[in-house]
Design a protein around this ligand. Sequence first.
Ligand code: SF4
Ligand code: SF4
Length: 357
Amino acid sequence: MSRPDIYSKSVGYRAVSNLLGLGKSFVKLYLLRQRVPLFVQILLTSRCNSRCKYCNIPLRDQKELSTERILRLIDEMAAAGTYRVGLYGGEPLLRDDIFTIVQHAKKKGLMVHLYTNGLLVKQNIDTIRLLDGIFISIDGPEEIHNELRGKGNFKKVIEAIELSNQYVPVYLMTVLTKQNKKYISYISELSIKYDCLVNYQVVFETPSLSADVSPYKLDTSEREECIKEIMALKNGNPRIALSNTNLQRMLNRTPSLQKKGYQCGVIKCWNGRGACVIDSDGVLYSCYQLIGKEKALNLNEHTFQDAFKYINSCTCLTCDVGCGAEYNLWLSLNPESVLNLVGLLRRSSRRKSSLHH
Ligand code: SF4
Ligand code: SF4
């Protein structure tokens, strides 16, 4: 299956230039101890065509960044040393300009991943083909997925997985709740069936984005059972993306352990130093958890570089969330997590080449 020109042309040149860019960013981050926005997450919109029970994002009414501003932002990110951009929503495929945005980011040499509920994949296949990977949310078999994410969704999500799988590496994304915790192995089996990667995320509260998650939140023993099950499954299914170090960290979490600048008291947090988040109204924050809480600048009035400089590196005493923990382990050069990442990248790149030919 052939990919569009933008992707197939000068792949070797792009790979070399990306590696050089990454090397330069690493020198700045580790040797010169400068702040470099290697990983940027952008909420392209808060609009969504789903109403998942644990999410309040679609209830927000925010004026989105214009196409012109986003294209300029991509130029600014590339110049600032960004390596990977994650496109989130709401539902990012609801933006009419999504093809232009992804195409521009690829032209600038960024690694581009898109996070979707899958409902609009079929209509956006030209965009999907440009991506480095697509993350599709699936919370379990039909009944439970539809209960959590909306009636009739499941069939479209399976269709989206099957379709995307013909063009780009696919990641299944499962939010673990009380309601779907018994379907961890079902999702793992799906990843084997479709030979795609899989990520589990324990549901947690994000003050400005999530609904009251108490009806869905796992208690300590439920969470531990889930983590142990994922660890056991990972032994036989290397498509499970979470590293063992991250899983162990979730298992041995000690929220009482507090250390400034450390996530869960144990993992150095690089948010604000090596990563940042841009909300759908254009405000650049260091972390999802700090949206609306920390002082931050809007990209309608400031450059990306200035807005990134304005935020602080993480100074939290601790946090109880797992979001970004894997990034934090990579950026901390945790050996097992980095090796796990290399394995995932090799699997993705094998998958990409098999799709190209
Ligand atoms: S979790 Fe994602 S798909 Fe569901 S309502 Fe929120 S933004 Fe939409
Ligand atoms: S809340 Fe965000 S910035 Fe603070 S420690 Fe947790 S992940 Fe890092």
